[in-house]
Design a protein around this ligand. Structure first.
Ligand SMILES: Cc1cc2nc3c(=O)[nH]c(=O)nc-3n(C[C@H](O)[C@H](O)[C@H](O)COP(=O)(O)O)c2cc1C
Length: 168
């Protein structure tokens, strides 16, 4: 076992990457209605009743202020044909939404088209945790489509075409 004080960041990240996830874009808007979005894989469900989800954002993110100001966000679970969007929203280009198809949803937050599922949320709790801000959101409404989701495993994108049948 490697103790905390001896952590090599590279090895630590590799170990974390063994935990496969989906890929999502979390969006919000600035107070002057400029759309904001970030690629994340820290999304997860916390509670079913009430429906509460979580994700976390690096404290140094220039997008943090918009999430704090609006108190609302939309989680977009990306479909397997949206790798380009994942790369775009994990880059630091200024106009991430240029040429991206979207509309403003019921909470006034941008909804990106063509995703596998979306969850419109109001911020339930915001907590500083180490170098990230943890957001918990109450799911106000959601939509799920037939589109297969994009997966992320050991730092690579994948799709779930080789799903095992339920072993339980
Ligand atoms: C698959 C993937 C998952 C990511 N997950 C997160 C995450 O959960 N939290 C985070 O803060 N950054 C995450 N990132 C990094 C951000 O997308 C990246 O730092 C981006 O530049 C943030 O946008 P910003 O510059 O507007 O803050 C992830 C990147 C990728 C490619």
């Amino acid at each position: 076992m490697i103790t905390y004080k001896e952590f090599n960041q590279h090895d630590y990240r590799n170990a974390l990457g063994k935990f496969g996830t989906g890929v999502a874009i979390v969006s919000t808007k600035t107070t002057d209605d400029f759309p904001v979005g970030v690629t994340i894989n820290s999304f997860n469900s916390v509670s079913l009743d009430p429906p509460i989800v979580l994700w976390s954002l690096n404290k140094r993110s220039p997008s943090l202020k918009a999430f704090d100001d609006t108190g609302r966000f939309v989680i977009h679970v990306l479909s397997k044909d949206q790798i380009g969007l994942s790369k775009r929203f994990s880059s630091q280009i200024e106009e991430k939404f240029a040429n991206v198809e979207y509309e403003f949803g019921q909470l006034g937050v941008p909804l990106i088209s063509g995703c596998s599922a979306i969850f419109e949320c109001t911020t339930w709790l915001r907590q500083e945790v180490g170098d990230h801000i943890l957001f918990l959101g109450l799911v106000e409404n959601f939509n799920s489509t037939e589109k297969e989701a994009l997966l992320y495993y050991k730092g690579c994108y994948a799709s779930g075409t080789e799903l095992e049948t339920n072993l339980i």
